[in-house]
Design a protein around this ligand. Structure first.
Ligand SMILES: NC(=O)C1=CN([C@@H]2O[C@H](COP(=O)(O)OP(=O)(O)OC[C@H]3O[C@@H](n4cnc5c(N)ncnc54)[C@H](O)[C@@H]3O)[C@@H](O)[C@H]2O)C=CC1
Ligand SMILES: CC(=O)N[C@@H]1[C@@H](OP(=O)(O)OP(=O)(O)OC[C@H]2O[C@@H](n3ccc(=O)[nH]c3=O)[C@H](O)[C@@H]2O)O[C@H](C(=O)O)[C@@H](O)[C@@H]1O
Length: 430
C-alpha cells in the first residue's frame, strides 16, 4: 500500500519505519528541510540505538523522507499538538494545517488516520470538516480514524510493535479498514473503540491515570517526610498488597505528555477535579525539593546548588517540561522572586542561589550546562533531578573533595545512600 506519513519527528518517523519495514511503499513528509536531508543522509535524530537501527532498516527498505506530499492510499498524521500554557488548551493548528494538505491530495477510497494526541472530539469535529473541503465525504468517500500512539520514549522500538492499539473510526467501515491495516503490522492486540472520540478520550485517560497515580506517590512522599519515615520503604511495603500498585515519587512529572494530556482531557469539560489537583501536586514537587534544600542548608540565601539532570526523566535527552528545568528556574534569581511572591500564601522566600547544571544527555539553550566537576566544585548541595544511570556512578568521596557542603537530595532514590552517608553527606531522598 502507498502510505504518506505527515510529520516524521519522533512518532512519525517510527511509524513510517514500521510501515516501510512491513513491505509498504512509504513517503515520510515533513516541511523541515534539514530533518529530511539528515534522514536522506542516513542520520536519524535519535539517541535510541534500537530506533536508529529500525529507521536505517526502513530507509534500506525504501522509506522516502520528503518535503513534498504525495497521493497515497493512506495518509497518517503525526504532527505536533503543543500545549498553550496560559489557556491550558491544545494548539491544534498543526493538525488543521495537515488536514488542509491531506485534503488537497485526497482521492476516493483513501484512508486518513490521525495518530497525534488530541482533545476528545478533534477527529470528528476538527479534522473531518477540514478534509471535507476536498469535496469528498468523510466516512462515505474516504475512511477516517484515530489510532493514538502509546509508545514509551526510551523503549519505542519495542513498544511500537508490541503495544496494544485502540482504534476508533468516524464510522464502522473506517474502523474496520484501519484495524485491518494495523493488525497486519503490530503484535499487540487491536481494540475497537466505539468511535474516534472514545479513542481520543482513552489515550488521554491513560496518561491522566499515570499522572494521578504519581501524584498519589508524591503526596505520600510529603506526608512521610512529615513523619520522618522513608516514603520509598512505605510504598514498597504498601505494594505487597495484591490490589495496591503505587508508583514512584520524584521531583515532579515532566515530558510533553503527562503534564499536558490531563488538560487536553478536560478541554471541553468542566468536570476535572482530582485530575487537576494531581497536576498541582506534581507541579508542587519542585517546591518540596526547595523546602528540603532550605531545611538541610539552614537557608538557601547565597547557597550554591548543583542540579544534576534537566532531562524530563532518566536516560532520555528530552528536557521539555522537566522538573530539573523548573527547579533551576525556582532557584535562580527570577525563580526565587516567584517563590518569594508566594510567601503570603505559605510559600517560602528564597535568596539568590548560585545554580550549576549538569546533564550528560541533554543539549539545550534553556540553561547553561557544565561538566560534573564544575557543577560540584564549591557547591553546598547536590540535587539529582533526573534519574540518569550515569549519576549512580558519581563517587561520593570525589564529590566530597569538590563540594563545600555535605547535602544531597536524591529525587529518584538512585544513589547508594549508605555510601553517601559514609562519605559524610546528609543524604535525603524523595
Ligand atoms: N513523543 C512522544 O513520546 C509521543 C508523542 N505523541 C504525540 O504524537 C504527536 C507527534 O509528536 P512527536 O513526534 O513527539 O513530535 P515531533 O515534534 O518530534 O515531530 C513532529 C514533526 O511534525 C512536523 N510537522 C509540523 N507541521 C507539519 C505539517 N503541517 N505537516 C507535516 N509535518 C509537520 C515537524 O516538522 C516535526 O518534524 C503529538 O501529538 C504527540 O503528543 C504520542 C505518544 C508519544
Ligand atoms: C500511560 C503511560 O505510561 N504513558 C507514557 C508516557 O510517556 P512518558 O515518557 O511521558 O512517561 P513516564 O515514563 O511515566 O514519565 C513521565 C514523567 O513521570 C515521572 N515519573 C514516572 C513514573 C513514576 O513512577 N514516577 C514519576 O515521577 C518521570 O520521571 C517523568 O518525569 O506518555 C507517552 C505519551 O503519551 O507521549 C505514552 O506514549 C507513554 O506510554
Amino acid at each position: 500500500m502507498k502510505i504518506c506519513v505527515h510529520g516524521i519527528g519522533y512518532i512519525g518517523l517510527a511509524t513510517a519505519a514500521l510501515f516501510a519495514n512491513n513491505g509498504h511503499d512509504v513517503v515520510g513528509y515533513d516541511p523541515d528541510e534539514e530533518l529530511v536531508e539528515e534522514l536522506r543522509a542516513g542520520n536519524p535524530r535519535t539517541t535510541e540505538a534500537e530506533l536508529r537501527e529500525y529507521v536505517l532498516d526502513a530507509l534500506d527498505a525504501g522509506l522516502e523522507p520528503s518535503t513534498e506530499v504525495v497521493e497515497a492510499d493512506c495518509h497518517i498524521v503525526c504532527v505536533p499538538t503543543p500545549y498553550e500554557a496560559d489557556s491550558k488548551r491544545a494548539d491544534l493548528s498543526y493538525v488543521e494545517m495537515s488536514g488542509r494538505t491531506v485534503a488537497e491530495y485526497l482521492r476516493e477510497d483513501d484512508m486518513v488516520i490521525l495518530e497525534s494526541t488530541v482533545p476528545p472530539g478533534t477527529t470528528e469535529e476538527v479534522l473531518a470538516p477540514i478534509l471535507a473541503a476536498s469535496e469528498l465525504t468523510p466516512g462515505e468517500d474516504f475512511s477516517l480514524a484515530h489510532c493514538p500512539e502509546t509508545v514509551l520514549p526510551g523503549n519505542i522500538a519495542h513498544e511500537l510493535v508490541h503495544n496494544d492499539r485502540i482504534i476508533g473510526g468516524i464510522d464502522d467501515e473506517s474502523a474496520d479498514k484501519t484495524i485491518a491495516l494495523y493488525e497486519s503490522l503490530v503484535e499487540g492486540d487491536i481494540h475497537r473503540a466505539p468511535d474516534a472520540t472514545t479513542a481520543e478520550f482513552v489515550k488521554l485517560s491513560q496518561n491522566a491515570y499515570r499522572d494521578v497515580n504519581i501524584a498519589f506517590a508524591n503526596e505520600l512522599a510529603r506526608v512521610a517526610n512529615d513523619y520522618g519515615i522513608s516514603s520509598r520503604d512505605a510504598i514498597d511495603l504498601a505494594n505487597v498488597h495484591p490490589r495496591v500498585d503505587v508508583l514512584n515519587p520524584g521531583p515532579g512529572v515532566g515530558g510533553h505528555c503527562l503534564p499536558i494530556d490531563p488538560w487536553f482531557l478536560g478541554q471541553f469539560s468542566d468536570s476535572l477535579d482530582l485530575i487537576a489537583t494531581a497536576r498541582r501536586v506534581n507541579d508542587g514537587m519542585v517546591d518540596f525539593v526547595v523546602e528540603l534544600l532550605d531545611g538541610e542548608l539552614g537557608s538557601l540565601d547565597d547557597a550554591s546548588v548543583a542540579v544534576l539532570g534537566v532531562a524530563y526523566k532518566g536516560n532520555v535527552d528530552d528536557a521539555r517540561h522537566s522538573p530539573g528545568l523548573r527547579l533551576v528556574e525556582r532557584l535562580t534569581a527570577a525563580g526565587s522572586r516567584e517563590v518569594g511572591a508566594a510567601a503570603a500564601d505559605g510559600g517560602q522566600l528564597v535568596g539568590d542561589v548560585d545554580v550549576r547544571v549538569h546533564d550528560p544527555h541533554v543539549r539545550t539553550d534553556a540553561v547553561d550546562l557544565v561538566d560534573l566537576d564544575t557543577a560540584l566544585d564549591g557547591a553546598d548541595a547536590m540535587v539529582v533531578a533526573a534519574g540518569h544511570d550515569a549519576f549512580r556512578d558519581v563517587d561520593p568521596a570525589e564529590a566530597a573533595d569538590l563540594m563545600d557542603g555535605r547535602v544531597v537530595v536524591d529525587g529518584f532514590s538512585i544513589l547508594d545512600a549508605d555510601a553517601w552517608r559514609d562519605a559524610g553527606f546528609d543524604y535525603v531522598e524523595i
